[in-house]
Ligand binder design. Sequence first.
Ligand code: GLA
Length: 390
Amino acid sequence: MHPKELITQTFSQRFGKKPAYLALAPGRVNILGEHVDFNDGFVLPAAINRATYIAFSPADSDHTTLVAADFTEEVSFTLQSIPTKTSANGSPLPQWATYPAGVAWALTESGQPVAAMNAVFASDVPRGAGLSSSASVEMAFAIAWQTIGGWNLSPMQRAQIGQKAENKYVGVNCGIMDQFASACGVADKLLLLDCRSLDWKPVPIPQNVAIVIADTSIRRRLTDGAYNQRRQGCDDAVKILSHLLPNVRALRDVSVEDFNRLSSQLPALAEKRARHVVEEIERFQHGIPLLEQGKIHEFGQIMNECHTSLRDLYEVSIPELNTMVEIAQSLPGCLGARLTGAGFGGCTANLVEKSTAEAFSAELARQYEAQTGLKPEIYICKASDGARLL
Ligand code: GLA
């Protein structure tokens, strides 16, 4: 059943009347600029046509009751129980509930009144697949609380609330990219974001190009700590480099030239992590004009280089992602292929000549399954609008 139907039905069954509102918030795919958002770099995601859907109404009491229709689980919490990550009856919140509770917490912290609601949510963004299922849950709830609270934050402000929830409540030190893409998505466009100034603009997807998402079917959990450890490597490098160079606040401020000159001063692991970031930011600066000039083969080459760097320097790839990328890169019509999102499992993003996209997808699935014994899910993605009421 489609999540929109599932939440509407489940809401009526559970709460005995129709929901007052429906909303959705999409997942995202990222095309270039990986693991650079928390280094003040640049990213190029798109919101995708898979989303978290939420049905909701204001509650009659001070209890917020949430049903996760995908898990057939339910939880109630109050504004008093949120800070201790417990439900109204004192038991610890299940992991899935920390995203909505985290958003409520972050809203309260920033002075937005959070009214209690009854809600049911469900998603067709696969979890742990690098497509930002958690950010889409956060942004769906931000819309819901905004709607029943009667206040109005901009999409970027809602994204910042989501990031704060994730950093300070869930415990993942992520950047702004995922929440930004889910909140600010534009149909048929990529989104170019400067993660320092938060200036952004939509960038057209060249007409003859399709984005194909290829899911290895391997899942990861972001909270595992591997993400935070990689980020720590970057922070360690910044600490040292900021003593050696003037005005270094983030790896964004270090040129490849300076980095090469000073890299021997860094511990080996921090050097590798930071090299990925510094070079990825340079690749990005080089890649965007190519994309804008329609030089899609050259742009695709830069995506391929990004994958190599994520594999060898940032070390967030896994054998299945490498296999998916290698097969893709060998197929006719493929412009560029790389893992997308945090890594450690999940999906690859492929830029493909539109006329070959169907054949490319079928052949990629066939060869991946033959080599790994795993059944992948491969689909042509449609860049979509951001989180909104339906
Ligand atoms: C995760 C994080 C993002 C970003 C990517 C890697 O999706 O949530 O902030 O760091 O990994 O680019």
